[in-house]
Every structure is written in structure tokens, then in C-alpha cells.
Design a protein around this ligand. Structure first.
Ligand code: ADP
Length: 244
């Protein structure tokens, strides 16, 4: 109906404004939150002499968690900045994607029951691509961390869908809760989280997918995402094949 179209347009407009505001405030805000928290805990600990040891331990643990968050944030922001300096400086080498993915899978296998997902890998062995090893690892680590933190699914599927014109097409999928259409279009934006509370709780900075996109585009390629609620999310991208 027209009414619904109007609502949708209004919503999209508001959403755009919201993101614009969010972007300008974000780096600052993201840094302020953990620093303020740590300051608060330390102040309380210095001023209240009658804290129990238990309370003190809790405050220390919380401060530590905020420090870790801060470190993650600084790492992510510096990765993004470095990537934005220009893709020309990305050093390329011949990298075996199969090895990279297998190593990540073996790390996942060591996780506790609550975090472990089954890694279903269907890649040529070896699968030689042109790229920067560290950055390629970062793509798969970010996608894996996200699937574990947010999807609630049991499986991760990493497949080579084929090769054409010297490019491999790779898909990375989970069978989790999926991402709502309204969020999906913003998912690669910096600091965008679908559910701020949960994402922050999971230690997310909202920069993971922005980094993934940057890396793939820095390699001259493209990334896209499809998702269905209750079925899962699939990220698809291409990488240059090394012609042997
Ligand atoms: P972060 O660095 O906080 O993890 P990302 O940019 O990686 O942020 O992801 C943005 C948002 O997308 C997350 O807050 C999360 O809500 C959502 N998301 C990412 N991957 C998935 C997934 N596989 N399933 C469901 N939601 C996801």
C-alpha cells in the first residue's frame, strides 16, 4: 500500500540520518565508553577502602574486559586506516587458502562447547590465490568470529563455488538466525551493529565486516551477502587465482 511505501521511505531516510550521525560520533564514543568505565572502576577502588575482596576482583575483571575491548578497537581502527591508505601497498604473494582455512578450523575445534561450530570445508587442495596472507587470514577470522558470536548456528560452510576468468568464487555460510533485510544493507558499514547490546557484549566493535569488505576490495574484488531469517547468512566473494 501507499502508506506502507511511505513508512518505508521515512524509515530509510531516518536510517540514513541515524548512520550519518552515528559515523561522526562513533570513533570518539567507542573509545570513551571503555575508558570511562575503567576510570570509574579505578576511582571506586581507590576511594572505597571497605570493599570486599570479591567486589575488588569483580572490578578488576571488568576493567580488564574493558581494556581488552579498547585494544581490539584500536587494532580494528588501525587496520581500517591502514587499508584506507591505499591498496597499492598491499603486498601480494601466492597463498594457499586451503591451509589458511584449515588452520582457522583447527582453532575453532579447540573452542568450548558453547562456541564451537562444525567447519565444513570444500576447497581445492591446494587453492593458490594472489593476496596478502595476513589480510586473507583476517577475512576468514572475522567471518568465523561473527558466525560464532552472532549466528547461533551449528555449521559453517566454506566452499569454492567455481572459477572463471582467473577468479575463484568463494562462499562462507552459516546456518544460524540470519540477518534482517533492514540491517543487511548496512552490514558492511563501519560501526554498524544489528543489535548493539549483543554485539558489544560479544566484544564486537562493529568494524569486522567493514574490514572484510576493505580487504576484499583492496584485492580488487567484491563481496556480497545474502541472508534468510532462521536459515542463515552467506557471504560470497572472489579472489584471484594463481595461474600455475
Ligand atoms: P563486529 O566487529 O561488532 O562483530 P561486524 O561488522 O563484524 O561487527 O558485524 C556487524 C553486525 O552484523 C554485528 O553486530 C552482528 O549483529 C551482525 N552479524 C555479523 N555476522 C553475522 C552472522 N553470521 N549472523 C548474524 N548476524 C551477524
Amino acid at each position: 500500500s501507499i502508506e506502507r511505501e511511505h513508512d518505508k521511505a521515512m524509515h530509510e531516510e531516518q536510517e540514513k540520518l541515524r548512520i550519518k550521525r552515528q559515523l561522526t560520533n562513533n570513533i570518539n564514543h567507542e573509545l570513551k565508553t571503555p575508558v570511562a568505565a575503567i576510570q570509574g572502576y579505578l576511582e571506586t577502588m581507590t576511594t572505597s577502602k571497605d570493599m570486599t575482596e570479591e567486589e575488588r576482583d569483580t572490578f578488576i575483571a571488568k576493567s580488564y574486559a574493558h581494556c581488552q575491548r579498547l585494544t581490539q578497537l584500536l587494532t580494528d581502527v588501525s587496520t581500517i586506516t591502514r587499508l584506507e591508505d591505499g591498496s597499492s601497498r598491499i603486498e601480494r604473494e601466492s597463498v594457499d587458502l586451503h591451509t589458511i582455512v584449515t588452520e582457522i578450523a583447527s582453532e575453532v575445534a579447540l573452542l568450548g562447547d558453547d562456541k564451537r561450530m562444525r567447519m565444513n570445508i570444500e576447497l581445492p587442495q591446494p587453492m593458490m590465490v594472489q593476496g596478502n596472507s595476513t589480510l586473507l587470514v583476517s577475512i576468514f577470522k572475522n567471518l568465523t568470529d561473527n558466525a560464532i558470536a552472532y549466528s547461533g548456528g551449528r555449521d559453517i560452510y566454506i566452499k569454492c563455488l567455481g572459477e572463471e576468468n582467473g577468479l575463484y568464487t568463494i562462499s562462507f555460510a552459516d546456518n544460524g538466525i540470519g540477518i534482517d533485510e533492514e540491517h543487511l544493507q548496512h552490514i558492511f558499514e563501519r560501526f554498524y551493529r544489528t543489535d548493539t547490546g549483543r554485539s558489544r557484549e560479544q566484544g564486537g566493535t562493529g568494524l569486522g565486516l567493514a574490514i572484510v569488505k576493505h580487504i576484499i576490495e583492496g584485492h580488487g574484488e567484491r563481496v556480497s551477502v545474502r541472508s534468510e531469517l532462521g536459515v542463515g547468512s552467506t557471504f560470497t566473494f572472489t579472489l584471484k587465482k594463481v595461474e600455475l
